[in-house]
Write a protein that binds this ligand. Structure first.
Ligand code: AHR
Length: 493
């Protein structure tokens, strides 16, 4: 029995912002050092930026990259990371020495190299509104004042024009450096925003947020008028302490919870009258939480650093990650009236979609999902519904087999992103477009031989395949979706 997918091009859900396919890199366990940046490597350029990593990021058309953290940023002082003499500092978040050889100038150079927009997250933990606004001076003023002049003295005559700035990272969490109460937070954000916008009124400001009514109510009441975005994070497989990765089926159950925080935030913004005025940046997300146990209990730093290598086990990144990531991105497209940015956390090493090692890189399963969806889901998100989906059991819950999102561009070209979550069974789909579809349709698919397929050095099980089919005279297209697969079908009205 075929499942029916109906696309309703008249139901316009919102303009799809390309920043939904954004990225995040943090100063954490080889994401920067040995990942993006490896001076002396034969694979690096004259600045020490890994060419192969940069080329892979270019292959994704990364629209925006958030940096430098994450927990790291809440005790990071940006002035340590600029200038000819970089003095190492101690990273209190991750209990390692930060060499500071990769700082603002290197990050901007990397963004230019891969053709992406920089998004800087500032230190609202141990930092001050003045330190944050000094950073905006360094990056965005031409030559007015000491910090812009300092940038010029470092050989960068022209301002960087960094458009996206976040105030803080998860300062609502007790474990964050410089954690704050809702009352402290709303005042701190307002004061920081005031100073940062005085330096450059054109910047777009984000603030660390969480779908908690009390936190958000005070933040929006006190600082809502000065914010353009609120930032939320999501990791579904909690591996921080125990690296017991959830099996494929459990990860499929996780996909049914993706929209919970989105709906919560939508309700809060609606209740506070900010819906449509402030957008949401899901600026850290990943199926898998990062593994970093004992960070605040280990007697010595080595004991909490060693387990972090577990994040780099390539066999961990299977079709579960690819299918989850496609469901997450589909959800953002369906909520594109609210969500304007999402940043995969992280892009390189640790739980990244690119694994960089001394001799090259491995593109993990989720890499191909970004390639397939980012190139197709553009224009306007339109209504899509699935009919006849009995789903499959995972524990006590029933998980729908299909997840779908659809997009329409002004030239009449359309794209439908279809995920078959089922671990073993293919699904036959009748795809109907209300406006009809004619001519040729193309498809692009991410899959591997099994739900546990993965890529590694010398092993390529997961990749992209492409094809085309003629749309029959009727108004629907019928085709089969393999198990544990992500397929994007494209055509024109
Ligand atoms: O596990 C990594 C951390 O997850 C990031 O540094 C932080 O922003 C989030 O809590």
């Amino acid at each position: 029995m075929a499942l029916e997918v109906r696309v309703d091009t008249r139901r316009r859900l919102g303009a799809i912002d390309g920043k939904l396919f954004g990225h995040f890199i943090e100063h954490f366990h080889r994401q920067i050092y040995g990942g993006v940046f490896e001076p002396g490597s034969p694979l690096s350029d004259s600045l020490g930026l890994r060419n192969d990593v940069a080329e892979a990021m270019q292959g994704l058309g990364a629209p925006v990259v958030r940096w430098p953290g994450g927990c790291f940023v809440s005790a990071y002082h940006w002035k340590d990371g600029v200038g000819p003499a970089r003095e190492p500092s101690f990273d209190k978040a991750w209990r390692v020495e930060e060499p500071n050889t990769f700082g603002t100038d290197e990050f901007i150079a990397w963004c230019r190299k891969i053709g992406t927009e920089p998004y800087v997250c500032t230190n609202a933990g141990t930092g001050t509104p003045e330190e944050m606004s000094d950073w905006v001076e360094y990056c965005n003023l031409h030559s007015e004042g000491r910090w812009a002049k300092l940038r010029q003295s470092h050989g960068h005559a022209e301002p960087y024009k960094v458009k996206y700035w976040s105030i803080g990272n998860e300062n609502y969490l007790g474990g964050e450096m410089g954690s704050k109460t809702p009352q402290e937070w709303c005042r701190f954000v307002k004061e920081s925003a005031k100073m940062m916008k005085r330096v450059d009124p054109t910047i777009e400001l984000f603030a660390a947020s969480t779908p908690d009514l009390e936190w958000m109510r005070l933040l929006l009441q006190e600082a809502g008028e000065v914010l353009d975005w609120i930032s939320i994070h999501g990791y579904w497989d909690p591996l921080w302490i125990n690296n017991n990765l959830a099996p494929y089926e459990t990860c499929m159950a996780y996909t049914t919870r993706i929209e919970t925080p989105i709906e919560q935030i939508r309700a809060i913004l609606t209740a506070t009258g900010q819906l449509g005025k402030i957008r949401v940046a899901f600026d850290e997300w990943n199926l898998r939480g990062w593994h970093h146990p004992y960070v605040d209990t280990a007697a010595n730093a080595a004991d909490c650093i060693r387990p972090r290598d577990e994040n780099d086990r390539n066999s961990s990144y299977t079709m579960a990650d690819a299918v989850f990531s496609a469901c997450f991105l589909n959800a953002c497209v369906r909520h594109s009236d609210l969500i304007g940015m999402a940043n995969f956390a992280p892009s390189v090493n640790a739980r990244g979609l690119i694994y960089a090692h001394p001799e090259g890189i491995v593109k993990r399963s989720t890499y191909f999902v970004f390639q397939a969806l980012a190139e197709a889901l553009k224009g306007t998100s339109v209504g899509v519904s699935v009919h006849g989906d009995a789903g499959f059991s995972v524990g006590d819950s029933i998980v729908p087999c299909l997840d779908a999102a659809a997009a329409l561009e002004t030239d009449g070209s359309w794209a439908v992103s279809l995920v078959n979550r089922h671990p073993e069974q293919a699904q036959v789909v009748d795809l109907r477009l209300d406006a009809g579809a004619t001519g040729k349709a193309t498809w692009c698919r991410v899959n591997g031989p099994s739900k546990d397929s993965y890529n590694d050095i010398g092993r390529s099980e997961v990749g992209l395949e492409r094809g085309a089919f003629e749309i029959p005279s009727g108004d629907f297209l019928s085709f089969s979706l393999p198990p544990h697969s992500v397929t994007v079908v494209r055509g024109s009205l």
